[in-house]
Design a protein around this ligand. Structure first.
Ligand SMILES: Cc1ncc(C[n+]2csc(CCOP(=O)(O)OP(=O)(O)O)c2C)c(N)n1
Ligand SMILES: [Mg+2]
Length: 328
């Protein structure tokens, strides 16, 4: 795939805003989690946000996105409602799944966010099925499914990629390879010298690898993959190398557990996707310092309002415990 060098100034500013927004939202979650009012587990994507933003920038409302346990960035980048997300995490009736799902079951049909499910790899076949269903109904849409590299170790991943390849479905498989599945590094899970994206190639799917911390790399690869899908050229698999900063599950850091080296962590922190994008934008004179402070203030107010909305919302009624569940 060619790299597209030119991204307009307006687009760069939008990408930067969304990147910063997701970072600030998840950092707020980390800050307030210890209040113990948010009782669901949280899997933060701090450090990985550029993948969500750079991919979803090419989607329209009618397109579908699905995700897994680490889904906040994907939900928000697809246009999910922030107030409904916080309310969901507080278990409130105003939450995007009526307060019954929590962080790992976000869903916003109005935004085309078809849902997140924490069973690793489970949404990959659902996304492919949604795409097949759209084809049968003559509805034109691209479906993007986000997952970690651990999901490629589940059998259903292969079945789903094979079927999408066979039917030339307009699906983009987006793998965020953050090097770990919980505490297990790649060395103990997959043969040496195998690249994850090569697995998709074996199923006859176009597959590419990019730098998940470089917004421009993500944006360009996603632009081409989504254009291929829209033009009937079939599925694409994109593997983005990236790194989760915080613990696998929860608001803290877990480097003290010893499963990853401090030097590795520090090297990835230097590659902060926000720092990389801001450096480029400053070189292009697109980011005066003053503007950044007012942008941060504006985003902080939006987050304050969403948290207050969530805290002030009612819990679901006990008489509604079984609604929207199966069997109801
Ligand atoms: C089928 C299944 N097996 C195991 C788990 C427990 N589990 C939750 S997240 C996770 C790690 C997944 O790693 P990866 O797909 O690389 O995503 P990451 O957490 O790194 O973003 C595991 C094993 C699960 N939720 N579902
Ligand atoms: Mg992983």
């Amino acid at each position: 795939m060619n790299t597209v060098e030119h991204i307009s100034a307006g687009t760069l500013k939008q990408l930067h805003r969304e990147l910063l927004r997701i970072r600030m939202i998840e950092e707020r979650i980390a800050d307030i989690y210890s209040e113990q009012q948010m009782r669901c587990p949280v899997h933060l994507s701090t450090g990985q946000e550029a993948v969500a933003v750079g991919v979803c920038a090419h989607l329209v409302q009618a397109d579908y996105v699905m995700s897994g346990h680490r889904s906040h960035g994907h939900y928000l980048a697809k246009g999910g409602n922030l107030k409904a997300m916080f309310a969901e995490m507080y278990g409130k009736a105003t939450g995007c799944t009526n307060g019954k799902g929590g962080s790992m079951h976000l869903l916003d049909l109005a935004a085309g966010f078809l849902g997140a499910v924490p069973i690793v790899a489970s949404t990959i076949p659902i996304a492919v099925g949604a795409s097949w269903g759209s084809r049968l109904r003559n509805e034109e849409r691209v479906v993007v499914t986000f997952f970690g590299e651990g999901a490629t170790e589940e059998g259903v991943f292969h079945e789903a990629v094979n079927f999408a390849s066979l039917k030339k479905l307009p699906v983009v498989f987006v793998c965020e390879n953050n090097l770990y599945s919980v505490y297990s590094p790649m060395e103990v899970r997959q043969p040496a010298n195998r690249e994850v994206y090569e697995i998709a190639k074996a199923h006859g799917v176009a597959a590419y690898q990019g730098d998940g911390n470089d917004m421009r790399s993500v944006y360009s690869l996603a632009e081409q993959a989504i254009a291929r899908a829209r033009h009937g050229e079939g599925p694409t698999f994109l593997e983005f190398k990236t790194y989760r900063w915080r613990e696998h599950c929860g608001p803290f850091y877990d480097n003290d557990l010893g499963y990853r080296e401090p030097a590795e962590f520090e090297a990835w922190k230097v590659k902060d996707p926000i720092v990389i994008l801001e450096r480029y934008m400053r070189e292009m004179s697109l980011l005066p310092d003053g503007n950044l402070e007012s942008l941060k203030r504006e985003l902080a107010i939006e987050i304050d309002e969403a948290v207050a909305f969530a805290k002030n919302s009612p819990f679901p009624k006990s008489s509604e415990m079984a609604t929207f569940t199966y069997p109801a």
